[in-house]
Design a protein around this ligand. Structure first.
Ligand code: SF4
Ligand code: SF4
Ligand code: FES
Length: 252
């Protein structure tokens, strides 16, 4: 049976280093299987977060050979076997132990976003194309691989000023819902710092759900922010239109 060498980070936020483990590679094996093999046979104290092993819970995120991935969706036979496979924790979040990171900051950002607010006085009718549009954003499994790869968080540590691509996806799902009655552009501009995003598309490249984060969520949201805060003519038109027929309102 073929054998792979894994170089897995072992340690805590105080420090650590990659350790080498040899693992037999069976057909169809994924990286998470290899980690479980190590846990079972060589290092029972190896900390790995996982749950579904089906690409749906978003728990098993790590950096495999330098690329953020779900370990349960990364087949061993897609990785070069002639050199060690590096498996590191996500870099943008504090390490708890080995491959497990503290992603709780994301849940704090999530709390800043007002949930769906039904629009008053409209018929509850929704077209299929509107359903399709927001459905894409509901596919997010909160793996935070996009948050991990975004340079605004990864290199510039703007956690206080920036919400990150996962939360632009969440806001897009609410803002583009035809029956939602809130306008979250002020939140996007001031608290989620959408202006820091310079459309590098790195988030889109790593999304395991193939959500077109930049093209379908971030760019349309940026356009709404520009319309609301930087285009006086459109602002005037919107004010007149709202006086006749109220549309989305900003949260208090
Ligand atoms: S497109 Fe924007 S949100 Fe996505 S990784 Fe680049 S800077 Fe971050
Ligand atoms: S948008 Fe994609 S990469 Fe980001 S958390 Fe959701 S599923 Fe993961
Ligand atoms: S274990 Fe659930 S996504 Fe990998």
């Amino acid at each position: 049976m073929a054998e792979a060498i894994l170089k897995i980070f072992r340690g805590t936020r105080e420090g650590g280093a990659p350790a080498e483990y040899r693992v037999p590679v069976a057909p169809g094996m994924v990286v998470l299987d290899a980690l479980h093999y190590v846990q079972q046979h060589q290092a029972p104290d190896l900390a790995v977060r996982w749950n579904c092993k089906a690409g749906k819970c978003g728990s098993c995120s790590a950096e495999v050979n330098g690329r953020p991935r779900l370990t349960c969706k990364t087949r061993m036979d897609t990785l070069p076997q002639d050199k060690p496979i590096s498996i590191l924790p996500m870099k943008s979040f504090p390490i708890i132990k080995d491959l497990v990171t503290d992603v709780s900051w994301n849940y704090k950002v999530n709390k800043k976003i007002p949930p769906f607010q039904p629009r008053a006085g409209v018929e509850w009718k929704i077209y299929q194309e509107d359903v399709d549009r927001v459905q894409e954003f509901r596919k997010c499994i909160e793996c935070f691989l996009c948050q991990n790869v975004c340079h605004v968080l990864r290199e510039h540590d703007k956690q206080e000023q920036f919400g990150g691509p996962r939360f632009f996806v969440r806001v897009a799902g609410l803002e583009m819902h035809p029956l939602d009655g809130l306008n979250r552009t002020r939140l996007l501009k001031n608290e989620l710092g959408i202006g820091f995003c310079n459309i590098t598309k790195c988030c889109t490249e790593v999304c395991p759900e193939d959500i077109h984060i930049t093209d379908n969520a971030i760019i349309p949201l940026k356009e709404r922010v520009v319309d609301d805060f930087y285009d006086p003519l459109l602002g005037l038109v919107r004010n007149i239109r709202n006086a006749v027929s109220p549309s989305k309102r900003q949260p208090k």
